[in-house]
Write a protein of this length. Structure first.
Length: 234
């Protein structure tokens, strides 16, 4: 088994969360971003379902998260600041521990930021579509270079409503935007080359959620744009 030991995963997970401006991480994003630190992980360890978890790798990360929570470094489930379903949040003690160990690094790349954004969508599709999407998500959605290319091509302003996180939130929102597949990955039958110029676009969080609100029939980008235009003040 190529999975690193628990102490290593704990340090990496604490560093990951402490380095994020919002001091939280979506579980699905944590699995992927930590896995990128360990190219020795096998495909089976990263993707195949294991017991009640998504995979063997996710199961080990969950245990590391539990150990951190037991030591007061992360909030337990249902305790502390509300961060939404599936998020892991660091405690003030955890922040101090991370700083004392030199684990805090605020130089997160665009690739890492976008990996977290798309992991949120991946989690939605896993819940909606089941096993097929879980496998496809593992293949398609775990490519940070692809996401980075989409942002470089399409920019950081929402293609539906024009919202820009940096304009609204300043430095905290710089370079932040969510990436959207124009053709849902769950419709692919087998591995298919994805062109970020024509197969992907960028949306703000609100528009991204509205696209996927009807699970059986996601909105097209044109449909969403028309809805936004119709609701815009005169």
């Amino acid at each position: 088994m190529a999975i690193p030991d628990d102490d290593t995963i704990q340090r990496e997970l604490l560093s990951l969360i402490a380095s994020r401006p919002e001091k939280r991480v979506l579980a699905a994003a944590a699995y992927e971003q930590l896995a990128q630190l360990h190219p020795e992980l096998t495909h089976e360890e990263r993707t195949q379902r294991y017991r009640n978890s998504v995979s063997k790798w996710a199961n080990r990360v969950q245990f590391a998260r539990l150990h951190l929570a037991n030591h007061g470094l992360l909030y337990r489930a249902g305790v502390g600041p509300s961060a939404g379903h599936g998020y892991w949040v660091i405690t003030p003690i955890g922040e101090e521990r991370a700083k004392s160990l030199g684990l805090v690094d605020h130089s997160a790349t665009i690739e890492e930021q976008v990996a977290a954004d798309l992991a949120s969508l991946a989690l939605e599709e896993q819940l909606e579509e089941g096993g097929k999407t879980t496998r496809l998500v593992a293949f398609y959605e775990r490519n940070p270079q692809l996401r980075a290319s989409a942002i470089k091509l399409h920019g950081t302003s929402c293609k539906a409503c024009g919202f820009n996180f940096a304009d609204a939130y300043g430095e905290c929102g710089k370079d932040y935007i969510e990436v959207h597949h124009l053709v849902p990955i769950s419709t692919y039958i087998e591995p298919t080359a994805i062109d970020p110029a024509k197969d992907m676009t960028v949306l703000c969080s609100n528009c991204h959620r509205m696209v996927h609100r009807k699970r059986d029939k996601p909105l097209s980008l044109d449909e969403l744009i028309e809805i936004v235009k119709a609701r815009a003040p005169l």
